[in-house]
Design a protein around this ligand. Structure first.
Ligand code: XUL
Length: 575
């Protein structure tokens, strides 16, 4: 049998390292995974991280990731993977996390002994053995400084794509620089988790990726370079030049060939010497590469939290949203909404309903929730003259919008525009099943509607397709409501490989980088090789004119409701 080249996509996420191997036809050939809690040795971590609650710090030991990489490669070897077939490697890393290398990092990375492990040889390569994690919230003071530095958070969002966030790397570096000046001075280079992964394969510190660099609050997206003013703020007394050296250059091409694989992997695992290393990107940018996503298609990741991703040519920033450079295609951006609440909020309502209802759940834990959701009319309106029921359900502090944990229930009359905070008319907890899913989807529609266009003459602006990924994507009731609210002229789809979307996207990025014709875009190359029937399943209707219009009115009430709650709660503690 003729063998085609292979490409590896890694996913270095909070709780696992995964490796997914595809061939030129995008078919999955091998998969391996290392779960930090279950499989690592010597690190007292929980869910992949360590915490210092007193200072709201969340961080991961970098040496654990070294242990994981050797283990995953050994697993692939054990499965019979012939590494001489591997043409290219790319990866996806949890966004915003940073790795601090000592001054002799390149020296150590370039002189690895293949008879020893990465952990043995590189554990001492870091000035700081820990990588701040995206769940860290220790940087409120630094965020205030970033938001103020360019005049307002709106301006910061305009320049960098996002207002300041605790997890963003710029505020993290600023805090690190002030808190541990000696360690900062001992730092030769700073990597993102994504470029750290590429560095290990390259045998020297790798440049950051053009999309992932936008998760730092330091990159000026319009100018295509680090922002001089923000570097100044971040570097403090150590100066801009020093920080610029630490961060390194950023290649514009997301498919750039950074170099060949280091000798360590050739000798230890049997890679061939011309296996090429491609920039690794962030896990969210990698997710939109898991399919040939067209501008105006939307992806909704329904996990513990909710993430909404879109590829778009528009750059319309707002403090509540994020823009990144598109990971492969110049001229496009990735738009992202990142909620802290999602699955957990739905589970609370599910459990409350289960408590009230007896009976079997033959179709799994969501049987009652789904039944109740689907038998409740849109916005809880039994007749047109009824008020709409809507609410906010945040078991955790939320960032979209910026609100502390809590629940708020309202009724809204779309004819008069009257909004009332009340539980009157609510049949709790039953009315909440549909209301919570609606609330999550209305928030997505509210914040993405300015970026969508009309997919066909006569149709209102909406995504062409809505793709669902993550745990919640298996739930057909949620998919149905997603289509009713967000639309989707072509329907709502589930990605078959939904749980491994970012590793898959990283592998596709490597395929594109090495097999593209001059000037060929990612969407074009992957689009040609994509086999719709094998890779996605249509799970719900998308656009239905009447209900879409009704939810259009609901969005207006929803926006009013959010503003009212924000006003009422102003001054109370937020995240
Ligand atoms: C995005 C973010 C998370 C991490 C998860 O801004 O912080 O989605 O990327 O790994």
């Amino acid at each position: 049998m003729a063998t085609t080249p292979l490409y590896i996509g890694f996913d270095l996420s909070t709780q696992q390292l995964k490796a997914l191997v595809v061939n030129s036809d995008l078919r999955l050939e091998y998969f391996a995974k290392f779960d930090f809690d279950a499989d690592s040795h010597g690190f007292p971590i929980k869910k992949g991280v360590l915490t210092n609650e007193a200072e709201h710090e969340v961080f991961a030991p970098v040496a654990m990731w070294l242990q994981a990489l050797d283990n995953v490669l050994a697993q692939l070897k054990g499965q019979g993977l012939d590494f001489t077939r591997v043409n290219g490697i790319s990866g996806a890393g949890q966004q915003h996390g940073s790795v601090y290398w000592g001054h002799d990092a390149d020296q150590l990375l370039g002189n690895l002994d293949s008879s020893k492990s990465l952990e043995e040889q590189l554990s001492g390569a870091f000035s700081n053995p820990y990588s701040p994690n995206w769940q860290d919230s220790s940087t409120q003071k630094e965020c205030d400084e970033f938001d103020a530095y360019l005049g307002s958070r709106e301006n910061l969002a305009k320049v960098t794509g996002s207002k300041a966030h605790h997890r963003f790397t710029g505020p993290q570096i600023l805090r690190f620089q002030k808190k541990l000046p000696d360690v900062y001075q001992r730092t030769g280079r700073i990597s993102l988790v994504s470029s750290f992964l590429a560095s290990l394969f390259l045998g020297r510190v790798a440049p950051m990726d053009i999309s992932d660099v936008c998760g730092m609050n330091l990159w000026n997206i319009n100018k295509g370079c680090y922002d001089e003013d923000l570097l100044k703020l971040c570097a403090g007394k150590f100066g801009v030049d020093d920080l610029r050296r630490k961060l390194g250059d950023v290649p514009e091409d997301g498919g750039a060939h950074l170099g060949m694989i280091d000798r360590y992997y050739i000798e230890r695992y049997g890679f061939r010497p011309d296996c090429t290393i491609i920039p690794s990107t962030g896990d969210n940018p990698a997710t939109i590469l898991a399919l040939p996503l067209r501008p105006s298609d939307a992806m909704v990741s329904l996990g513990t939290s909710t993430t909404f991703l879109m590829s778009t040519p528009s750059y319309k920033t707002d403090p509540a949203t994020h823009f990144f450079n598109h990971p492969t295609t110049p001229g496009l951006y990735m738009f992202m909404l990142c909620y802290k609440n999602g699955g957990l909020a739905r589970e609370h309502v599910r459990d409350a309903i289960d408590e009230k209802l007896d009976g079997d759940k033959p179709d799994g834990p969501w049987t009652n929730f789904d039944k109740v959701t689907l038998s409740t009319p849109p916005m809880g309106q039994k007749s047109e003259s009824d008020d709409m029921k809507m609410g906010l359900f945040f078991p955790r502090p939320e960032i979209v919008p910026n609100l502390h944990a809590g629940q708020w229930r309202f009724t809204y009359n779309p004819q008069t525009g009257q909004l009332k905070e009340t539980t009157e008319g609510w049949d709790q907890p039953f009315d909440e099943a549909r209301a919570i899913v609606e609330s999550q989807m209305l928030s997505l529609r509210l914040r993405s509607q300015g970026l969508t266009t009309s997919p066909e003459p006569g149709m209102p602006a909406q995504p062409r397709r809505v793709y669902l990924v993550g745990g919640g994507s298996k739930n057909k009731a949620i998919a149905k409501i997603a289509g009713e609210i967000l639309g989707g002229s072509d329907g709502v789809y589930k990605l078959e490989i939904g749980d491994n979307a970012c590793a898959l996207g990283a592998a596709y990025k490597a395929v594109w980088s090495l097999e593209r014709k001059p000037g060929q875009t990612f969407e074009d190359l992957i689009g040609q090789r994509w086999r719709e029937e094998d890779f996605v399943e249509k799970i719900a209707e998308g656009y239905q004119p009447e209900v879409f219009e009704k939810y259009g009115k609901a969005v207006e009430g929803f926006e009013k409701m959010e503003l009212q709650v924000l006003k009422e709660e102003a001054g109370k503690p937020t995240v």
